[in-house]
Design a binder for this molecule. Structure first.
Ligand code: AHR
Length: 501
């Protein structure tokens, strides 16, 4: 019997306004993300700054309103001062997080220049591993103070007369992880983050700050870490971070496709922890969530172990993504949208070459991985109000998650544009899914576009030599009659159904 899911599309089922920063990404000084990724001065498409124009075009096509930088684990040992000023004076350093050599030919000012070109907002992470309050206030003064002080005049001397005006900052990275340079307990980090936050806001009260949450919900200290950190920082920070990566190490696709249910539960637990501290402090302030690292990551783990230490920009973290990875990324995007009321920043980790939607060949072309497509469509169409669909779906049984809904879905309604986008993943890997929706509340709307992304081979992927092997296609299986939308979704597929007034 054909599997079925039913839903209701109604304006009153609004979850919240989708913050465009939900479609952020991440660039770390890791592997070929920066060097040979966005920055390759000898590349035929390089501009006057050494930025690859072909990569800029793809980042713009992907649609990334905010980009986190420079780490990641890298930031916990990073001296940002090494990456500013004359390039030939910049030191080479041993980089302990990824065991490489950092040449510092790309740094803070190059990143801000790149952001302005791409039209993405910087989300700057500071070092709270080996550095402290002094460095935290100095970098804000360098970036955001207009003139007349040591650090602001240094920026001007370096050629940036106007302040960068960087609004969003991460207070360190994954400080709960023993792998972190300068790993801390929740008490140690909470105190430091609080003092760094106060100093940063005294330099520039407009900044918004992200405190480090746990590096994953599997950490033994989750969620006590969040509670302790927020006890210390609640009045001084605006966001708490979440990170998660999934993989199909066991070759169990049904289980892999259900992993976004874990993400959903993770988000709910962090919201509950934030609100527990809010209640405890009798505070009116709501701390929001910054899901600033999320993706599929497992293909490259073994290859990475073979890379010798102390090389420059080695090919680390170069996952080649498949069709099934794109579906998991699609489910994760839908999960973020389902929490649009609290998740205000999210960063696909990462952007170029390292666990990335965009890949480059040195001196050659740039190309799109499978995960590029659901992200690009969500970023383009998923604007306005997120709408819960009150979905009732067929399900399958999974050993880890129990009943897994075959349909993972959410909608967005852009009232001004008069457009609704319904995003659905059909998790069934064998059968079509018949989706039926009551759309009477959207009288006068008709289906204008329908996109499907699927492939009979769930391991199919794009590559440098076959960059267009797995592409989304335009189909039209959707129809509307008497306020009812009926659409047939192919097995194992990401789908976008667009309705317009
Ligand atoms: O994104 C890759 C790494 O994953 C980051 O450096 C770190 O924060 C996380 O563990």
């Amino acid at each position: 019997m054909t599997k079925k899911a039913t839903f209701t599309l109604h304006k009153e089922l609004s979850i919240g306004e989708v913050d465009p920063r939900l479609y952020g990404s991440f660039l770390e000084h890791l592997g070929r993300a920066i060097y040979g990724g966005i920055y390759e001065p000898d590349h035929p498409t390089a501009d006057e700054h050494g930025f690859r124009r072909d990569v800029i075009d793809l980042v713009q096509e992907l649609g990334v309103p905010i980009t986190r930088y420079p780490g990641g684990n890298f930031v916990s040992g990073y001296r940002w001062e090494d990456g500013v000023g004359e390039k030939n004076q910049r030191p080479r350093r041993l980089e302990l997080a990824w065991r490489t050599i950092e040449t510092n030919q790309f740094g803070l000012n190059e990143f801000v220049t790149w952001c302005r070109k791409v039209d993405t907002e910087p989300l700057m992470a500071i070092n709270l591993g080996t550095a402290g309050v002094d460095e935290a206030r100095q970098i804000v003064e360098y970036c955001n103070h207009s003139a007349g002080t040591f650090w602001s005049d240094l920026r001007r001397l370096h050629g940036w007369e106007k302040p960068h005006g960087i609004k969003y900052w991460c207070l360190g990275n994954e400080m709960d992880g023993p792998w972190q340079i300068g790993h801390k307990t929740a008490e140690e980090y909470g105190r430091l983050a609080c003092e760094a936050a106060k100093a940063m806001k005294w330099v520039d009260p407009r900044v918004e700050l992200v405190a480090c949450g746990s590096s994953g919900r599997g950490m033994p200290t989750f969620p006590a870490w969040e509670a302790t950190v927020l006890e210390h920082t609640y009045d001084h920070v605006d966001f708490i971070s979440l990170h998660t990566y999934y993989g199909n190490q066991n070759g169990d696709t049904r289980n892999f496709l259900a992993k976004s249910l874990d993400m959903d539960d993770f988000i709910r637990s962090v919201i509950a922890t934030c609100d527990y501290i809010k209640a405890k402090k009798r505070s009116k302030k709501v701390v929001q969530l910054s899901f600033d690292e999320w993706n599929v990551w497992f293909h490259s783990n073994e290859a990475d172990r073979q890379i010798p230490a102390w090389s420059i920009a080695p090919p680390q973290g170069e996952d080649h993504y498949t069709m099934e990875d794109a579906l998991v990324v699609g489910c994760m995007l839908i999960t973020l949208l389902k929490h649009a009321d609290r998740v205000k920043i999210a960063c696909l980790a990462q952007l170029v070459n390292v666990i990335a939607p965009i890949m480059t060949i040195q001196g050659g072309a740039a190309w799109r991985q499978t995960i590029f497509y659901p992200f690009a469509q969500a970023s383009r169409f998923g604007r306005g109000q997120a709408l819960d669909l009150a979905m009732k779906s067929a399900f399958y049984e999974d050993r880890e998650f129990g009943e897994v809904p075959v349909a993972e879905a959410v909608a967005t309604w852009d009232e001004e544009a008069g457009a609704v986008s319904i995003f659905v993943v059909n998790r069934d890997i064998e059968e079509d899914l018949v989706l039926e929706g009551d759309i009477q509340n959207f009288a006068g709307y008709r289906v204008t576009d329908q996109f499907a992304y699927s492939n009979p081979d769930l391991k199919a992927s794009n590559s440098a030599s076959h960059p267009d092997r797995v592409l989304p296609r335009t189909i039209m299986t959707a129809s509307v009659e008497s306020g009812k939308l009926v659409v047939i979704l192919p097995p194992a597929s990401w789908n976008v159904i667009r309705l317009s007034r």
